[in-house]
Design a protein. Structure first.
Length: 886
C-alpha cells in the first residue's frame, strides 16, 4: 500500500523499477521531465494499484486514497499559490488517463476542472479576461459532460455551430464573452435535461467524478476491444494524472502545440510540428482551425503564409528548442511532445517515443549512432524486423484518391496495378505483350505459378496468410491479397463481383498487399530505393548475427534477389517448380503416364538437360555458397492435366487415347495426398526420377567447375523421411550416381546428403537417421501440419475460432509452435548430434522468415534459417537481435 498516490516530484519515483507499470507512461514521463528541470505544471499520479483497489472496492475510491489525493492537491496549491474551489484565485486541474502504453481506447482528458458558476467569476476577476474564463468554463462543461456524464459531444458542438451561424462568424475564437455566457447557460440546461440533475457545482464532486470515470473507462467496450487487438492484458489497469492547468487560450501570447523532435515520416533531423495561437488541448489535432508550422523552414517548404512559431515567438521557440534537444538526449530516441505557452511561458505537458514509418525508423537509428547517442547494438534492437518488408516493395501513393472495392488479407506486401486476368495463360500472353496484369483466382495451385510470375500481383477469393497464393507470392516478392471473401468469381463469364460492382477481364484494378485493399483503376505507386541507411543497418546486423541466413529459391532471378539482400546460400531449392514450365510439363506428364520403365527413362532423358541448366544458372549466382536441393516431393497427380481439353492434348502428344490418360489419372488419385505417395516414397517406387535429378545436379556442378566458377556446396536433400532405412536406400542411390558421374568425367564432386525432418517419427528417430545424414533441415510447414494433424489448406475454417478461444496464441503456420513443434526440433537436434556431432542443422519453410521463430532457432543452436528472398533482410536483422538478446 505504498505507491497509491505520488506527486510528480516525489523522490521515490526514481527508485521504482519499471515505473510505467505502476505510474503509467504519461505520469512517469511527466515525473522524469520534472526531474530534468523542465517546466512541467505540478501534479500527481494516482497509480494503477488504486485501479485494482477501485475494482475490488465496488468501484469506489477507498477512503485512504481520497485522503492522499487531497493531501497532494494541497501541495499543488502551495506550489501554484492557487486554491481548489477558491473564490479569489481558483486552482484548475486536468484529469488525464495514463496506462503503461498509450491507449486510444481510454477515457479522454478533462481540462479546466474546478470551474463552476462562482469560480468562473473569480477567474474573470483575477485574470481580467472574461472571454478566457468563459471559454474555459464552456470547455470544461463540454468535456466533463461528455466523458463523465456520457452526454453525446455533438449536442454541444451543434449549439456552438448555431451560435456562430447567428453571429455570422466562422471560428470559435471569433465568439465573444457574451456568446459563451449564453452557451454556458444552454449547456447547463442540456445537462439538466439529459441527467435530470444540475451540472455539478462542487469541485470535489467534479474531481471524484473525473477520477472515477478514468478508472471506469478501463472497463469500457472501447478499451477492451483495443486491448484485445493489441494483446494488452486486462490486469494492467490504468493510472490517473491530476495536474494543474496552464492556459494556451488566454489570448495572443498563448498557444498550444505538438512537436516531434525529428520528422516521423522521413526521419530527417528537424523539428516537425504544429501550433495554434489562443487555443487549448486538442484544438491542434481537432481540425477546426488550421494549425501553423513550428519552424520557419517547415513553413517555407509547405508554402504556408501563416507565421511559424519561430517567427511569432522567437524567444519561446528557443526555449522549446533547448527542451527538445534535452529530451532527445535523455531518452535517446525521437520524442513526440505536447506543449503549451501561457503568456509567453513554455510548459511541457507530455513526451513519449514518437511513432514513425519504417524508413524513418531506420534513418533515425543510423543517425543516432553517428551522433553517438546510441550504440550500434541499440540501433539494431530498436528496429522491428517485420517493418523492413514494407521498404522493399513499391507502395501506393497515399495522396491520390482511390476507390476501394473490397478488402482481403494483406498476404504479400507491395502494391501493383494491371488488367484483370483469370488464367495463368492469359497473364503470360499479356506479359509477352508488355502488359501488366493482376491474376484473379478463387485460389492458386502449383500450375498457376508461371502465371503468378507473369502477373504483377495476385488476388484470391479464398485462402489465408499461408495459402499457396500467399506463400508463393511472398517468395516471388509479388504483391498478393488473399482470402478476399467478398468477391465472387465467375470464370465462365470472365468477371468477378464485389457487392454491386462488376469487374470484367481486362478492367484495371490495383491491389495493395500491405493492407489488403483492392481498388478500382490504377493508383500510382512509389518505387522503393534501398537506402544507404538500410544497407548500414544490414551491415551492422551481419556483424552481430551468428545464425546464417539462406534463402528458399528455385530460379536464377530469385537467387539473385536474395544474394543482393545478403543471403548466404540456398536452404531450399524445390525441384518440382522447374517441372511446370510449358516446355517441360509435357515430358513430365509423359514420364508419369508411361507404364514401362523404358518409357519413363525416355521422358526423363528429355528432362535432364533442362534441370541441369536450371541448376547451373542457380549455382552461378550462388558460387561458393551452400545450396540445398530437395529431390522431387509432391504427389505425381499434381502434374497431370485437369480439364478434358488438356487431357486430349496430352493424349495426342503421348500417343495414348484419352481414356488411358483418364484411367491413369484415376489410378493416381489419392484420398489424402498430403500423406500419400510423395516425398522419398516416390524415390523408393521410381528411383529413376531421383537418379535423373542427381545426374542433373552433378553434371551442372562439373560444368561450372570447367567454366572456372567457384563450385557451390551441393546439399542433396531427401524429403519426407520417416525411417532410417528409407534414407539409407536413397543415400546409396545418390552416392551411386555420384560415382558414375565422377568416373565418366574423371572429376571429383563435392556434395553432402541429408534429409528434411518434417514428420514427428523422423524427429524422434533422429539418432538412427543421422547415421545416413550430413544435415537435417526442418521443414516446419509440414512438420507443423503433421504434428498437429492439421492441414494448412483447410485450417482457415477454424483457425479464427482457435485464436479467439486462445487455444492458439498465434497461427502456428505463421510463427513456430515452440512448445510442440519446437520440442520435436530440440529432440531431433540433440539426438542427431548424439551420433553425428558435425551434423548441420537448419530450418526452411515459412517460419525461417518469422522473427519470433528465428529467435527460437538461434536459442536451439541451429546453424541457419532459410526464407523467401524478400524476407532475407528481415531474417538477418532478427538473427542479429536474437544474438544481442542472449
Ligand atoms: P491524450 O492521452 O489523448 O494525449 P492528454 O492527457 O495528453 O490526452 O491530454 C490532451 C491534451 O490536453 C494535451 O495535449 C494537452 O494539450 C492538454 N492538457 C492536458 N493537461 C493539461 C494541463 N494541465 N494544462 C494544459 N493543457 C493540458
Ligand atoms: Mg497527450
Ligand atoms: Mg514438405
Amino acid at each position: 500500500m505504498s505507491n497509491l498516490v505520488l506527486s510528480f516530484n516525489n523522490k521515490k519515483i526514481k527508485k521504482i523499477k519499471n515505473p510505467e507499470y505502476i505510474l503509467g507512461g504519461k505520469g512517469t514521463n511527466l515525473a522524469r521531465m520534472g526531474n530534468l528541470g523542465l517546466p512541467v505544471p505540478p501534479g500527481f499520479i494516482i497509480s494503477t494499484e488504486v485501479c485494482e483497489l477501485f475494482y475490488k472496492n465496488k468501484k469506489k475510491l477507498p477512503k485512504q486514497v481520497l485522503k492522499n489525493i487531497y493531501l497532494e492537491l494541497k501541495d499543488i496549491e502551495k506550489l501554484t499559490s492557487k486554491k481548489f474551489g477558491s473564490l479569489k484565485n481558483p486552482l484548475l486541474v486536468s484529469v488525464r488517463s495514463g496506462a503503461r502504453v498509450s491507449m486510444p481506447g481510454m477515457m479522454d482528458t478533462v481540462l479546466n476542472l474546478g470551474l463552476n458558476d462562482q469560480t468562473v467569476k473569480a477567474l474573470t476577476k483575477k485574470t481580467l479576461n472574461g472571454r478566457f474564463a468563459k471559454d474555459s468554463y464552456r470547455r470544461f462543461i463540454q468535456m466533463y459532460s461528455n466523458v463523465v456524464l456520457n452526454i453525446e459531444g455533438y449536442l454541444f458542438e451543434e449549439m456552438i455551430d448555431n451560435q456562430k451561424l447567428n453571429k455570422g462568424v466562422l471560428l470559435d475564437t471569433e465568439l465573444e464573452e457574451t456568446d459563451w455566457d449564453e452557451l454556458i447557460q444552454r449547456f447547463k440546461e442540456l445537462v439538466k435535461r439529459q441527467t435530470k440533475k444540475n451540472f455539478p457545482q462542487s469541485v470535489q464532486e467534479q474531481l471524484n467524478g473525473a477520477i472515477r470515470a478514468v478508472f471506469l473507462s478501463w472497463d469500457s467496450q472501447r478499451a477492451k476491444t483495443y486491448r484485445k487487438l493489441n494483446q494488452i492484458p486486462d490486469y494492467w489497469g490504468t493510472a490517473v494524472n491530476v495536474q494543474s492547468m496552464v492556459f494556451g487560450n488566454m489570448g495572443k501570447d498563448c498557444l498550444t502545440g505538438v512537436v516531434f523532435t525529428r520528422n516521423p515520416s522521413t526521419g530527417e533531423n528537424v523539428f516537425f510540428g504544429e501550433y495554434l495561437i489562443d487555443a487549448q488541448g486538442e484544438d491542434v489535432v481537432a481540425g477546426t482551425r488550421t494549425p501553423q508550422h513550428i519552424t520557419k523552414k517547415a513553413k517555407i517548404v509547405a508554402g504556408s503564409k501563416e507565421k511559424s512559431m519561430e517567427e511569432t515567438m522567437p524567444k519561446v521557440f528557443q526555449d522549446l528548442k533547448k527542451t527538445l534537444l534535452k529530451l532527445e538526449k535523455y531518452y535517446k530516441d525521437m520524442q513526440d511532445v505536447e506543449f503549451t505557452v501561457e503568456n509567453k511561458k513554455l510548459w511541457i505537458l507530455q513526451t513519449r517515443s514518437g511513432k514513425r514509418t519504417a524508413h524513418a525508423g531506420i534513418k533515425i537509428a543510423v543517425d543516432m549512432v553517428a551522433e553517438k547517442l546510441i550504440s550500434k547494438k541499440k540501433a539494431i534492437l530498436r528496429i522491428d524486423p517485420n517493418t523492413l518488408g514494407t521498404l522493399l516493395h513499391p507502395s501506393l501513393n497515399r495522396k491520390v484518391e482511390r476507390k476501394i472495392i473490397t478488402k482481403g488479407l494483406p498476404a504479400s506486401p507491395g502494391a501493383a496495378s494491371g488488367k484483370v486476368v483469370f488464367t495463368a495463360e492469359e497473364a503470360e500472353r499479356l506479359n509477352d505483350m508488355m502488359q501488366n496484369t493482376i491474376l484473379v483466382r478463387v485460389e492458386t495451385s502449383p500450375e498457376d505459378i508461371h502465371g503468378m510470375h507473369a502477373a504483377k500481383g495476385v488476388l484470391t477469393a479464398r485462402g489465408g496468410m499461408t495459402s499457396h497464393a500467399a506463400v508463393v507470392a511472398r517468395g516471388m516478392g509479388r504483391p498478393c491479397v488473399s482470402g478476399s471473401t467478398e468477391i465472387i468469381i465467375d470464370y465462365n463469364l470472365k468477371q468477378f463481383k464485389s457487392g454491386k460492382i462488376i469487374v470484367k477481364e481486362g478492367d484495371i484494378i490495383t491491389i495493395d498487399g500491405t493492407n489488403g485493399e483492392v481498388i478500382l483503376g490504377t493508383v500510382p505507386t512509389i518505387q522503393p530505393k534501398m537506402s544507404s541507411y538500410f544497407s548500414t543497418i544490414m551491415k551492422w546486423a551481419n556483424e552481430f548475427k551468428k545464425l546464417k541466413v539462406r534463402t528458399n529459391a528455385e530460379t536464377e532471378k530469385d537467387s539473385k534477389v536474395a544474394r543482393d539482400f545478403g543471403a548466404e546460400g540456398i536452404g531450399l531449392c524445390r525441384t518440382e517448380h522447374m517441372f511446370f514450365d510449358q516446355e517441360r510439363i509435357l515430358s513430365v506428364r509423359e514420364m508419369i503416364l508411361s507404364k514401362s520403365i523404358e518409357g519413363r527413362n525416355n521422358a526423363l532423358a528429355k528432362l535432364l538437360p533442362h534441370q541441369k541448366n536450371d541448376f547451373k544458372s542457380i549455382f552461378k549466382v550462388m558460387k561458393g555458397l551452400p545450396v540445398t536441393i530437395r529431390l522431387l516431393d509432391p504427389p505425381l497427380h499434381e502434374f497431370l492435366p485437369k480439364t478434358d481439353r488438356e487431357i486430349e492434348e496430352v493424349a495426342r502428344s503421348t500417343n495414348l487415347d484419352s481414356k488411358e490418360v483418364k484411367d491413369r489419372i484415376e489410378e493416381l488419385h489419392e484420398q489424402n495426398p498430403m500423406l500419400g505417395h510423395r516425398g522419398c516414397r516416390l524415390g523408393i517406387s521410381f528411383p529413376e526420377i531421383y537418379e535423373m535429378q542427381c545426374e542433373a545436379i552433378f553434371e551442372a556442378l562439373i560444368e561450372c567447375k570447367k567454366e572456372k566458377i567457384k563450385p557451390v556446396i551441393a546439399e542433396i536433400m531427401i524429403p519426407l523421411i520417416s525411417t532410417d532405412t528409407e534414407l539409407k536406400i536413397l543415400r546409396i542411390l545418390v552416392d551411386r550416381i555420384a560415382n558414375k558421374i565422377q568416373k565418366k568425367y574423371k572429376t571429383k564432386i563435392d556434395y553432402i546428403v541429408g534429409t528434411m525432418i518434417e514428420l514427428p517419427r523422423a524427429a524422434l528417430q533422429a539418432k538412427k537417421i543421422s547415421k545416413y545424414a550430413d544435415f537435417f533441415s526442418f521443414g516446419t510447414n509440414d512438420l507443423t501440419q503433421t504434428t498437429f494433424g492439421i492441414s494448412r489448406d483447410d485450417s482457415g475454417k477454424f483457425l479464427n475460432d482457435y485464436l479467439n478461444n486462445k487455444i492458439f496464441e498465434i497461427d502456428p503456420f505463421v510463427s513456430l509452435d515452440q512448445n510442440g513443434v519446437g520440442e520435436l526440433i530440440e529432440i531431433a537436434s540433440t539426438r542427431g548430434r548424439q551420433f553425428n556431432k558435425k551434423i548441420k542443422l537448419g530450418i526452411c519453410g515459412e517460419h525461417g522468415g518469422d522473427p519470433r521463430s528465428i529467435e527460437f532457432c538461434s536459442k536451439t543452436g541451429l546453424h541457419y534459417v532459410s526464407c523467401s528472398p524478400f524476407r532475407v533482410p528481415v531474417a538477418i536483422l532478427a538473427a542479429a537481435q536474437s544474438e544481442l538478446k542472449k
